[in-house]
Write a protein that binds this ligand. Sequence first.
Ligand code: SAM
Length: 389
Amino acid sequence: MRMRKKKWARPELEACPWAVLDSDANRGRWRSLFPKDQPLHVELGCGKGVSTAAMAHAEKDVNFVAIDISTDVLGVARRNVAARYGDEPVDNLRLAVKECSFISQAFSGEDRVERIYISFCNPWSQRERQKKRRLTHPRQLMQYRDFLVDGGQIWFKTDDDGLFDDTVGYLAQCGFTIQYLTRDLHASGFAPNYVSEHEAMFTAQGVKTKFLIAAKGPLAEKPDVLGRKKRPAPEITTICYLEKDGKCLLIHRNKRESDGNYGKWLGIGGHFERGESPEDCVLREVREETGLTLTEYAFRGVVTFVSGDWVEYMHVFSATDFTGSLAADCDEGEVCWVEKEKVPGLPMWAGDRIFLRLLDEGSPFFSLKLIYDDTGLAAAVLNGKALAL
Ligand SMILES: C[S@@+](CC[C@H](N)C(=O)[O-])C[C@H]1O[C@@H](n2cnc3c(N)ncnc32)[C@H](O)[C@@H]1O
């Protein structure tokens, strides 16, 4: 439930010497905010600071930074801490405003944090996509790794079984080792435990507190924290349409049935090799596939092919002269000179007919995007403008 706006909260925090409104300004310098150089523990989503106040007051040999996204909530925490400390100076606790999704903006390895507390954070269990917002999600844990010392711990409490079980998995993925785990903290005898506001509330409803301690260990493999599907890298290719004496040099891709272009007629070309320019690539491809060396050629345009996850950027050349003689064999298909007027009648991709027309018309340098779906050519966009199909 969202807390009512508290007009007094921000002014009170601004006037409070142990509250930090600009957390990012202290990145790498948190230790210098405390009079005593002692272990640094950070609480994420501290809420109204009920347990924070008790813990910091009881453990004066530790410096604490208690973070929450909401100034209204932190304002209440400030009052709770002030009440707990009374006349004693609050010199081992700082209340800090920060959205923990971006915690790396506020903490770095130089802060050498020894422990992180996360208590009763929002489980975000309703939808799979929302789980990324959990304070124990791998995208968070990987940030915490950066400012936790080796062996540094996460102390995690929750009422939520699903979040607890998932967190055990998240921790393993991110190189943390579970050192202690209980599904009923209050029956476990673990001490000291500082009961938080939500812990008290759930306990009163008969919900057990799940609790674990995990330590940062070595990371075998960096997890894919965004859970994004790995997409194939775009392919980068050249193609050349060589014309001479009213004929066009084409390849009939008829050697391998597994070839995606099987049965189609195409110009000569292929994939870039590392470090090649479009010209390097087209010259090499034409030489390898036909035995010819281009002597007159021009870079005419770029075709962007999209089909589902597959993307290809094809650099289109035309050529009018060459040296050498046509090689007898090409392992991709049959290379042959075709009368120009017969070219439109050959089996080829619908999109290829569009850029062949542009070449024929002597079009200036063009950018053509061709989108294919299961049914064939779904869209064509020339120099940013959709073409009617
Ligand atoms: C359910 S309360 C728990 C408060 C306290 N830890 C407890 O156990 O009673 C969750 C707290 O986390 C804070 N919070 C939620 N998401 C946050 C985020 N991304 N960054 C910082 N604080 C967050 C909320 O403002 C709220 O005060």
